[in-house]
Design a protein around this ligand. Structure first.
Ligand SMILES: *[C@@H]1O[C@H](CO)[C@@H](O)[C@H](O)[C@H]1NC(C)=O
Ligand SMILES: *[C@@H]1O[C@H](CO)[C@@H](O)[C@H](O)[C@H]1NC(C)=O
Ligand SMILES: *[C@@H]1O[C@H](CO)[C@@H](O)[C@H](O)[C@H]1NC(C)=O
Ligand SMILES: *[C@@H]1O[C@H](CO)[C@@H](O)[C@H](O)[C@H]1NC(C)=O
Ligand SMILES: *[C@@H]1O[C@H](CO)[C@@H](O)[C@H](O)[C@H]1NC(C)=O
Ligand SMILES: *[C@@H]1O[C@H](CO)[C@@H](O)[C@H](O)[C@H]1NC(C)=O
Ligand SMILES: *[C@@H]1O[C@H](CO)[C@@H](O)[C@H](O)[C@H]1NC(C)=O
Length: 293
């Protein structure tokens, strides 16, 4: 009989261990926000990677502002994504991860800054123009055939221009005064332009645990590509790194605090073109996999 009881006890221990492992092995939900001209179908490979490496993860690729709809103003998109994402956060007691690609990375940063009760654990910013965009790309040529990077400010820094997503983060280093006066998205989000709620926005952003910045020199669309790492051009189009940016030095929106906490992770990858970031297995394995806990 004592032998029998020992067995039961062992079995109970096993069960408890099993329950404990199952419980701790459940992964936080992942919310995916796409970029300019994308739609959820572009993330099929990512879904496969996550299913293979973290089976059972609930991944929501938000189906909003797809393709040309993604040209709508970013504050409008932020509002739409907020309504879609909020219930997912509320269902996730242990929090969620945000995976945001390209333009989507700016939408996500705005969500994080403007949601006082978000529960985002890790914010993955995948080749996002976090400090803005200034460059001629094929998208630009197609959208604005009569403009080049040097004169796009004439359109972008107007009320009409600010209704177009790209103009919301157009950052022309030769027209800083116009940017500061007219950019109603990036300059406001960065607290370069006054907003009454800036200090609350900073607190909100700082609720995240980690910020993962992924980008690389062969991107071909984000210009300068270092914008994905919070670096940007100075007035002479020389790239200055994140720690020399005024928004960092003044800690206007929380970047310096996050860095001082040791919570910014840089993952720079060569040979990845802009449209391949979310589908490249090496990028997933090197920069993303370990954060989707
Ligand atoms: C995840 O992978 C398993 C095993 O390969 C497969 O059976 C399942 O259908 C996949 N689930 C999804 C949602 O892709
Ligand atoms: C995944 O999350 C969504 C949003 O919270 C929820 O509606 C859905 O039921 C979840 N799916 C599974 C399989 O748990
Ligand atoms: C910026 O706005 C201020 C105040 O409205 C105005 O005085 C100034 O001329 C503007 N600067 C530019 C370059 O538009
Ligand atoms: C500032 O935050 C308050 C409280 O969260 C909110 O009611 C108000 O609308 C915000 N103001 C602006 C201009 O966004
Ligand atoms: C930009 O270049 C000019 C001319 O070479 C130089 O005088 C100026 O100091 C440079 N500005 C900065 C911020 O490096
Ligand atoms: C994937 O990323 C790796 C590492 O940066 C790179 O060497 C490779 O060329 C990329 N593959 C594709 C198809 O983009
Ligand atoms: C990038 O591609 C070049 C040329 O194909 C190759 O020499 C280099 O090793 C690659 N780098 C990475 C990180 O894959």
């Amino acid at each position: 009989m004592p032998h029998h009881r020992g067995c039961l006890r062992l079995l109970a221990a096993f069960c408890l261990t099993f329950l404990f492992l199952t419980f701790t092995a459940s992964y936080k939900p992942v919310i995916v926000v796409h970029g300019l001209f994308d739609s959820p179908s572009d993330f099929q490979l990512l879904l496969n990677f996550i299913n293979e490496t973290h089976p059972g993860t609930n991944v929501s690729v938000v189906d909003l502002f797809d393709r040309t709809e993604s040209l709508k103003s970013l504050w409008m998109q932020v509002e739409g994504f907020r309504q879609a994402i909020y219930p997912i956060m509320q269902n996730a007691v242990d929090g969620v991860h945000l995976y945001c690609y390209s333009q989507g990375g700016l939408i996500c940063r705005a969500l994080l800054s403007t949601m006082p009760d978000h529960n985002v654990d890790t914010f993955i910013s995948l080749s996002s123009p976090q400090m803005g965009q200034y460059g001629d790309t094929k998208y630009l040529k197609w959208l604005f055939p009569h403009y080049m990077k040097s004169n796009l400010y004439r359109l972008c820094y107007t009320q009409l221009g600010q209704d177009i997503s790209i103009c919301n983060y157009w950052n022309d280093p030769h027209h800083r005064d116009l940017y500061l006066n007219n950019s109603n998205f990036l300059a406001v989000l960065n607290d370069e332009r006054f907003h009454p709620n800036a200090s609350a926005w900073k607190r909100n952003l700082l609720r995240i645990r980690k910020l993962i910045l992924i980008g690389g020199p062969d991107d071909g669309v984000i210009m300068p590509w270092e914008s994905s790492m919070f670096a940007f051009y100075d007035v002479n189009e020389t790239v200055k790194d994140m720690t020399s940016q005024p928004v960092y030095l003044l800690d206007t929106f929380g970047l310096k605090t996050l860095d001082a906490r040791g919570d910014i992770v840089f993952c720079k990858m060569a040979n990845v073109s802009h449209t391949n970031w979310h589908s490249n297995r090496t990028v997933y394995d090197t920069c993303i996999d370990k954060w989707l806990t």
